[in-house]
Design a protein around this ligand. Structure first.
Ligand SMILES: Cc1ncc(COP(=O)(O)O)c(C=O)c1O
Length: 386
């Protein structure tokens, strides 16, 4: 058979309990309640951290955007696809995060590939990535021409050591980029942002943070990692707490100009929907204004860790994401299935998304959950893991 590795690889995936399948939400799914194959579940696996998806004001702004600009940008940004809605959204983001420039991308995955590939022009670029960095950062870095080094997770000493070795045997002074995630997607813990920023400054490196899971959730007005330090380059996706779709990068005027001229992912791709850009302006307004959403996530998260049995291995976090480490893939699937029987949807996360023997339940606590939901969740997890 042509491409016969396909069947082999899928079968192997099944044998290792790593097989993945699409499940379709029925039209009856709404907010925290999802309906799959006719059964209703409390959803603890979504990234709608602030509970803003389907918010009537965002929906109204989306309809207004469709009326004003249409659904489609109809071209890449550099041809005729860059609309007033995009410019207005970029201005709002710059003002919100106090940054000189912003660039929109169709997804966070594309934005990460774009940045690493544009900056990794040759071997004089040295990238230092946290070991738990997202797949899109890793792909972007390794598909570039830069030298790539990975530092142990959140380990500033290890990073310092790697940085201090960077000039060894070099006849040039390298362009250094330190990269990490503001809040780590599979663990929920935060990067040591102030220490990373200080180190970057002293090493004349740039700091790049992927704020996919921080934007909206961290900071008094949801500004993410820029709350703790002035980050050189920030990427955040709009498809999680912001409840729309697409992504943005904030950076200096100079880097903006460079990306517009040299980033292949930006140049050769249709601009994001102007209607979505328009809706995202409303989303930012709500994120900044409605502090109660962040406060609720914090309160419910504290209650959750208080109610779990001490034997349950929970990664310490101040974000919406709470990882319960199970270890073995089969056991993680078994616990996830037991929870489904109790009407709780909690997807088991397995390798290669996480390291071997660290399969887990990734619980996301969102602003649309309530105290009773959390009590029921903790009770059910305690029973399923016992
Ligand atoms: C840390 C991180 N970066 C980037 C992405 C990709 O963003 P997007 O979904 O907008 O492509 C994700 C997840 O989706 C993520 O968790």
């Amino acid at each position: 058979m042509t491409f016969d590795f396909i069947r082999h690889d899928v079968n192997e995936q099944k044998a290792k309990s790593r097989y993945r399948q699409l499940v379709c939400n029925s039209v009856a799914s709404q907010g925290k309640q999802i309906v799959i194959n006719g059964k209703s579940y409390l959803n603890f696996s979504s990234n709608d951290y602030l509970g803003l998806n389907n918010h009537f004001e965002i929906n109204k702004a989306m309809q207004e955007g469709v009326d004003k600009f249409g659904v489609c940008a109809s071209s890449s940004s550099l041809v005729t696809g860059y609309h007033y809605a995009h410019q207005a959204l970029e201005d709002d983001i710059c003002q919100w995060l106090n940054k000189p420039k912003c660039l929109l991308f169709s997804s966070g995955f594309a934005a990460n590939l774009a940045l690493f590939q544009a900056l990794g022009k040759n071997e004089q670029s040295h990238f230092y990535l946290d070991k738990l960095s997202h797949a899109s950062m890793i792909d972007g870095a390794y598909h570039s021409k830069a030298k790539v080094k990975r530092f142990n997770h959140n380990n500033i000493e290890h990073l310092t050591k790697l940085l201090s070795n960077s000039g060894e045997n070099a006849t040039y002074s390298p362009n250094k980029l330190i990269a990490s995630e503001g809040v780590f997607s599979m663990d929920g813990c935060q990067a040591k942002v102030s220490e990373l920023a200080q180190l970057a400054k002293s090493e004349q490196a740039w700091l790049y943070l992927d704020d996919a899971h921080s934007i909206g959730v961290i900071g008094d007005e949801g500004q993410g990692s820029n709350t703790f330090a002035d980050i050189d380059i920030t990427m955040a996706t709009l498809g999680k707490a912001m409840a729309t779709s697409g992504a943005f990068l904030t950076c200096s005027e100079e880097l903006h100009e460079y990306l517009v001229n040299f980033s292949r992912h930006y140049i050769y791709s249709t601009a994001i929907s102007p209607a979505i850009a328009w809706a995202t302006r409303k989303s930012i307004e709500l994120v900044k204004r409605e502090h109660w959403r962040r406060e609720k996530v914090t309160e419910l998260s504290a209650l959750f860790s208080e109610l779990l049995d001490p034997e349950v291995e929970l990664v310490a976090t101040t974000s919406s994401i709470h990882a319960i480490i199970i270890g073995d893939e089969k056991k993680a699937l078994l616990v996830s299935d037991k929870l489904k029987e109790q009407g709780i949807w909690l997807t088991a996360i397995r390798p290669p998304t996480v390291a071997v023997n660290s399969s887990r339940l990734r619980v996301t606590i969102c602003a649309h959950h309530n105290t009773n939901d959390i009590k029921y969740l903790a009770e059910s997890i305690n029973k399923a893991i016992a």
